[in-house]
Design a protein around this ligand. Structure first.
Ligand SMILES: C[S@@+](CC[C@H](N)C(=O)[O-])C[C@H]1O[C@@H](n2cnc3c(N)ncnc32)[C@H](O)[C@@H]1O
Length: 307
């Protein structure tokens, strides 16, 4: 394999130890990125093993096809929310030994200014992971209502100044269309009082990115499909980064594991529990956190399909 990756894969060793239960099994890396986890999965499989990698970003899939030349490997350009359909098409439903999900954006997406995810450099406000979709951050920020912008920034990133920020955005866009990352970052900066090391637009950018890419609804749909495509005994290993992602994963596990604790909160426990938890929440070591700042908020949860 002619292979180099430029993304520090989070919890690499621990996620592999949790995921690979059978060296000749079939695995899905639902978030290929630059293939750090995929490369390690392939390294641990024997010649019988198979790996299907999914990414909604065509640049990630191009990277996979250019750099991984391995008959055990297949890259699919799709939203992972379509995991059931992908598995049906590839005729592997119910045969999957393990699925890995490493949520969020990759370093190359953040580092490529033209993608518009970051305000570190000036760029068009894009923020689409899948560049074939129509909705960009520029379209949305100039057309959504003030209340929708405020709610989105509050709900997706717990930004307490969401109303002030939304108001400032609407005042500024009435004068001139907001087109670039730095324009938006500056509007946010001017609209709120801020202190501390984090840029005041950090939460706003995160919230808009989550919205443009419908990240939370995709995650919810993928988790539901993932249980169907796993075989009994197969594992789902999920690495999440933000409080809402953690919550979606936690609720999903609670809803599907044995016990009736959900009934107390008015949630419906499925009649047949489908998952059991393997171990506790895993976090990166201090060394990893120091080496890779992105890993600091990471939480890994592992479940096994039991029915
Ligand atoms: C954090 S990176 C994954 C990094 C990867 N584990 C590695 O080691 O290189 C997340 C990747 O998942 C992709 N992604 C995020 N949400 C997705 C979704 N709903 N469907 C498919 N891919 C998604 C992003 O495009 C990005 O490339």
């Amino acid at each position: 394999m002619n292979y180099q990756f430029k993304h520090h894969s989070v919890l690499l060793e621990k996620s592999m130890d949790a995921l690979i239960i059978d060296r000749c099994g079939i695995y899905i890396d639902a978030t290929f990125g630059r293939g750090g986890h995929s490369a390690e999965i392939l390294a641990r499989l024997n010649s019988q093993g198979k790996l299907i990698a999914i990414d909604r970003d065509q640049a990630a899939i191009d990277y996979a096809n250019e750099n991984i030349n391995d008959i055990r490997f297949k890259a699919v350009h799709s939203n992972y929310s379509e995991i059931r359909e992908i598995s049906n098409t590839l005729n592997v439903t119910g045969k999957i030994d393990g699925i890995l999900v490493d949520c969020g954006v990759s370093s190359p997406q953040l580092d490529d200014a033209s993608r518009g995810f970051s305000f570190a450099k000036d760029a068009p406000l894009d923020m689409r992971m899948d560049q074939t979709q129509n909705l960009t951050a520029e379209l949305w920020i100039n057309e959504a209502s003030e209340s929708e912008i405020a709610d989105t920034i509050y709900n997706n990133a717990d930004e307490r100044y969401s109303r002030k920020i939304a108001k400032a955005i609407c005042i500024e866009r009435a004068k001139k269309r907001i087109k670039s990352t730095l324009e938006l970052a500056e509007i946010v900066k001017q609209s709120i009082r801020h202190s501390g090391p984090t840029h005041p637009a950090t939460r706003t950018f995160q919230a808009i990115r989550v919205h443009i890419n419908a990240e939370y609804s995709s995650l919810t749909k993928m988790l539901e499909g993932a249980v169907d495509v796993l075989k009994v005994g197969g594992r789902l290993v999920m690495i999440s980064f933000h409080s809402t992602e953690h919550l979606i994963v936690k609720r999903f596990i609670q809803l599907n594991r044995p016990g009736n604790e959900n009934l107390k909160r008015g949630l419906q426990t499925p009649t047949v529990p489908r998952l059991k938890r393997i171990g506790r929440v895993v976090r990166p070591s201090l060394v990893e956190m120091r080496q890779n700042t992105r890993s600091r908020s990471a939480q890994m949860r592992i479940v096994e399909k039991i029915a």
